[in-house]
Design a binder for this molecule. Structure first.
Ligand code: ASP
Ligand code: MG
Length: 462
């Protein structure tokens, strides 16, 4: 079971978590717990660390440490009053360590990816001992493990590392023997490389940690506890009557999270899928709700389209140039240079005239992407590179679309009737996803039209 940042935001939340764990233990379940940092803490750490190399003085460090101390000590006092001395000194030790590192970053005027990873892991480091102490307070034996101690071995890509196959065995050896005897509390979001350097798994990486641990211990189920009832048909801020879905397939969830639905860390499905483990998304604040179940084959129903995502923080890049016609190396040059600059390309389309390639990238990556591609234009590999920030991407997701002729027709007919101009279309080969790009202004209307067209608000898949 993984508990996210809002589920452990304060002492009251943590006692709710302990209630849930106690109920399940009493029902005979053997549980390993993964926790993230308290809500907002990782953001605070990233912001502080990133500012230090160019800060004019180190004045922000001490107030940050004090704020973290106050917040975690208050949580500790409320959640585990018997452990104030013991866990309080652990927290204090972590904070002294963190403060020293932050001063070092300031003095060296340098934040390496490796030190950044170490710094941003402190949110989990500070919180996990409190959750574990709260369990002990109620009589459940519990110890704390960081991601590395729990057996998560990763690639060395700091900030976005991936678990290695060896993790399975290591986790089984380290966590397996604890199950049933106690409830181990594992710090999410982190692992380590073969040479022991700490890595993080990407933002929201505790979901991924939970899935890695679940796969390692061959769990019966992996539960992601969050602050919403489950995965919804669309972002409820855009579609007011969006509905919680009862069941989805691994593939559908991957398509949704890849295309910006804030449901789960995009790589977190892979370990569960590899071991065919059922994943449940549940609400800590409403545990009676059944939530969303994710399995190999999501429940089949008449619905070919199940959910929509909408991302407005994207930009389109158009690459023009007749030079591309019939020249095999051009696409390679474009994608290698983007990969070298760590630009994540979310959608690609190339017309059959081959004179034009359009890409959709994260808006934050746009300046770097344009500069990199500009270099190709100077070399004459392509002719012209233009960009448009004023766009958004919509993904239409549903495993039932595969082999269901006419879905694309229905989507674009509905949009056409509503007067929405579609600028770019792409369908992944999984056929579980059709995505398209419209101008920023048209985005909310496009998802509204499709949510209605496919009757996603009507709850017939329960
Ligand atoms: N604390 C990390 C983050 O904020 C990991 C997580 O919450 O899952 O990204
Ligand atoms: Mg999260």
């Amino acid at each position: 079971m993984k508990f996210g940042g809002t589920s452990v935001a304060d002492a009251q939340c943590i006692s709710r978590v302990v209630d849930i764990l106690e109920d399940h233990r009493q029902a005979g379940d053997e549980i390993a717990v993964v926790v993230s940092a308290q809500r907002g803490v990782t953001d605070q750490l990233i912001e502080a660390a990133s500012a230090l190399p160019t800060a004019k003085d180190p004045a922000a460090i001490v107030p940050l440490i004090q704020a973290l101390s106050k917040r975690h000590m208050t949580t500790l006092e409320g959640a585990a009053p018997d452990s104030i001395a013991e866990v309080g000194s652990i927290i204090e030790e972590h904070l002294i360590n963190l403060q020293n590192i932050l001063f070092a970053v300031y003095n060296l005027r340098e934040l390496t990816p490796r030190s950044k990873d170490y710094i941003i892991s402190f949110g989990e480091r500070l919180l996990a001992p409190i959750v574990s102490a709260a369990l002990r307070q109620r009589g459940t034996p519990s110890t704390v493990l960081d991601g590395c101690e729990a057996g998560i071995l990763t690639t060395p890509q700091h900030g976005e590392s991936t678990s290695l196959p060896e993790s399975d065995d290591r986790i089984k050896r380290k966590i397996g023997p604890l199950l049933g005897k106690e409830v181990p509390v594992i710090m999410g979001f982190m692992g380590c490389t073969r040479d022991g350097s700490l890595t993080t798994l990407g933002r929201s990486g505790s979901d991924y940690s939970a899935s890695i641990i679940g796969a390692g211990i061959d769990a019966d189920e992996i539960w992601i506890w969050t602050d919403v009832d489950g995965i919804m048909t669309c972002d409820p801020r855009v579609i007011k009557d969006a509905r919680v879905m009862h069941s989805l397939s691994y593939l559908e969830v991957m398509e949704l999270s890849y295309f910006g639905a804030k449901v789960m860390h995009p790589r977190s499905i892979e370990p569960a899928m590899r071991k065919n483990i059922l994943v449940r998304v549940k609400n800590t604040f409403n545990p009676g709700h059944p939530g969303t179940v994710i399995v190999r084959n999501g429940q089949r129903d008449h619905r070919v389209v199940k959910a929509l995502t909408y991302i407005d923080k994207v930009a389109a890049i158009n690459i023009n140039g007749a030079q591309m016609i019939g020249r095999p190396g051009v696409a390679k040059a474009i994608f290698s240079i983007l990969a070298d600059h760590e630009v994540n390309v979310m959608m690609i389309s190339q017309g059959s005239s081959e004179a034009n390639i359009s890409l959709i990238v994260d808006e934050a990556h746009l300046p770097v992407a344009v500069e990199a591609l500009g270099a190709l234009a100077k070399q004459g590999v392509v002719r012209e590179v233009t960009a448009n920030r004023d766009v958004c991407a919509v993904a239409v997701v549903g495993a039932g679309m595969a082999g269901a002729p006419g879905t694309g027709g229905r989507i674009f007919t509905a949009l056409g009737k509503a007067g929405v101009n579609v600028m770019m279309i792409s369908q992944g080969s999984s056929e579980a996803n059709i995505s398209f790009v419209v101008s920023q202004n048209d985005g909310p209307r496009a998802v509204r039209v499709l949510h209605d067209e496919f009757r996603l608000s009507e709850g017939s898949d329960e």
